[in-house]
Design a protein around this ligand. Structure first.
Ligand code: ADP
Ligand code: MG
Length: 455
């Protein structure tokens, strides 16, 4: 992962946690210069940023860095004018159209060496995906082409894709390229931009060199491409070109090709040519195993009691990213407090913002269904039914949304509790209610009121 991608991820972590003014004033103008030996050097435009960020947002930055890099990182803030920026490096990360020509493309795989098969922990929910990924890594371009990996956020899709790329780089001299679909869209937007100068042609060369000369193309989060029809068209050509040449293509998405509503049919068809595998939310034994192995990998001399592992595994069930976040938070907290042993009360205290209900008093989906049904004067059976009239569908969507936001339940689990709905139906319902809450005051109030009634 290059610094720009990494930093954008850090900002994505911070942004939802602060208000927009704070974000624009203090976070938007700063950028990552480098990370070395777990120390991030961050460039700020003015002294005032240095002082205010250090005093007020230090923990935010540390925990976001920890989450994104998987490491406990410290940081320093340096002024832009005090730093000698290696211009060449920057101009490569952010190619400057006016200086590009066909020789300027320097290949970089964008692979993050930290994501390997060795440190990917396998359980029932990801076994098939891992085995398929390994098969592709061992014989790229041969049998499973394209490989399409899908599943909700935080389940390890990006990790697995990097693992494939790293494996191929280590064992062959094939050229691998990992890009997010956003990077592909940005690159394509640059070529298609209208203008009278010739630089677009230069950029077209750059694009060709970058995407058509690889042996393995990995495109992450293809769902973002659904909103850009022209880019889909270009991707279609790139896909055909590489596939005809028997080059391996690996794609990930948060949903299956059929659920990618605005994706062109011809792309969907192609995605189905190879193999599709989905990753599910981690089951309890896998969650425990992940906690144990991630702790060991941190290599800190802090011991975690068995009941703490059980507590985290029982309460954080949606995805691995949240599990990692909880572990990092608990570890940073214990380091800060100087503990070398973590018991249950320390864990409950450190994680109180993440785990809001203790195991004993846990709210469950049934309780939410009952409160929502009462509020709208319908029955719980209606909520679980297939009825689609607005008077039933709307409360059902709210109940799904609350199950997700209050209980952190997986889309799959919620779907099951609502009479066997598909995980994408639940996902759409949650997105819809979130949108309505953000945009309609009366809906925000209704949902707030229901929340107050949930025991
Ligand atoms: P996705 O791309 O599906 O949103 P990521 O690949 O970014 O998820 O995974 C989120 C985090 O969880 C990463 O730090 C990744 O290393 C870690 N992770 C996910 N699944 C596993 C696993 N099975 N074993 C070890 N780490 C995992
Ligand atoms: Mg990902």
């Amino acid at each position: 992962m290059n610094n720009e991608i990494l930093w954008n991820k850090v900002l994505d972590e911070i942004r939802p946690k602060v208000n927009e003014m704070v974000y624009v004033t203090w976070f938007k103008p700063i950028k990552l210069y480098k990370i070395e030996n777990n120390m991030a050097t961050i460039i700020v435009p003015q002294k005032i940023h240095q002082k205010h960020i250090e005093e007020t947002y230090s923990d935010f930055i540390k925990s976001a860095l920890a989450k994104v890099t998987n490491n406990i990182c410290d940081f320093e803030l340096v002024l832009e004018k005090d730093i000698q920026i290696e211009q060449e490096q920057i101009s490569f990360i952010n190619p400057n159209e006016t200086t590009l020509n066909k020789n300027t493309y320097q290949h970089s795989s964008n692979l993050n060496k930290k994501y390997t098969f060795d440190n990917f922990i396998v359980g029932d929910s990801n076994r098939l995906a891992t085995a398929t990924a390994l098969a592709v890594a061992k014989s790229p371009g041969e049998s499973y082409n394209p490989l399409f990996i899908y599943g909700s956020s935080g389940l390890g899709k990006t990790h697995l894709m990097h693992a494939i790329g790293n494996y191929i780089e280590e064992n062959t001299n094939q050229r691998v390229l990992y890009v997010s679909s956003k990077e592909f869209i940005d690159d394509y937007t640059r070529i298609s931009r209208k203008g009278n100068n010739l630089t677009n042609y230069d950029y077209a060369d750059y694009f060709q060199n970058k995407y058509h000369s690889v042996d393995v193309l990995i495109i992450d989060d293809i769902q973002f491409m659904t909103t850009t029809p022209k880019t889909q068209d270009e991707f279609f050509h790139t896909f055909n070109f590489l596939h005809d040449e028997k080059k391996q293509i690996i794609i990930s998405s948060d949903r299956s090709p059929n659920d990618l509503n605005k994706l062109e049919e011809r792309l969907k068809t192609r995605f189905c040519w190879g193999v599709m595998v989905d990753i599910f939310p981690p089951e309890l034994p896998l969650r425990k195993n992940i906690i144990i192995k991630k702790l060991a990998a941190l290599n800190l001399s802090i011991e975690m009691k068995e009941d703490v592992i059980d507590y985290i595994a029982a309460n954080i069930s949606t995805d691995v990213r949240s599990l990692e976040g909880a572990i990092n938070r608990l570890m940073s907290y214990s380091l800060m407090m100087g503990y070398n042993e973590i018991n249950l009360s320390i864990a409950i205290d450190a994680l109180k913002n993440i785990i809001t209900k203790g195991t004993s008093e846990a709210t469950n989906i049934q309780k939410i269904q009952k409160v929502v049904a009462d509020q709208f004067q319908i029955s719980v059976d209606d909520l679980k039914s297939k009825k689609r009239s607005a008077s039933i569908a709307f409360p059902r969507q709210i109940a799904m949304y609350l199950s997700r936001t209050i209980l952190n339940e997986s889309f799959e689990r919620i779907g099951l509790e609502f009479g066997g709905k598909d995980h994408s139906t639940v996902m759409h319902s949650c997105e819809k209610i979130k949108y309505e809450i953000d945009n309609k005051e009366e809906i925000r109030k209704t949902v707030e009121e229901i929340k107050q009634n949930i025991p």
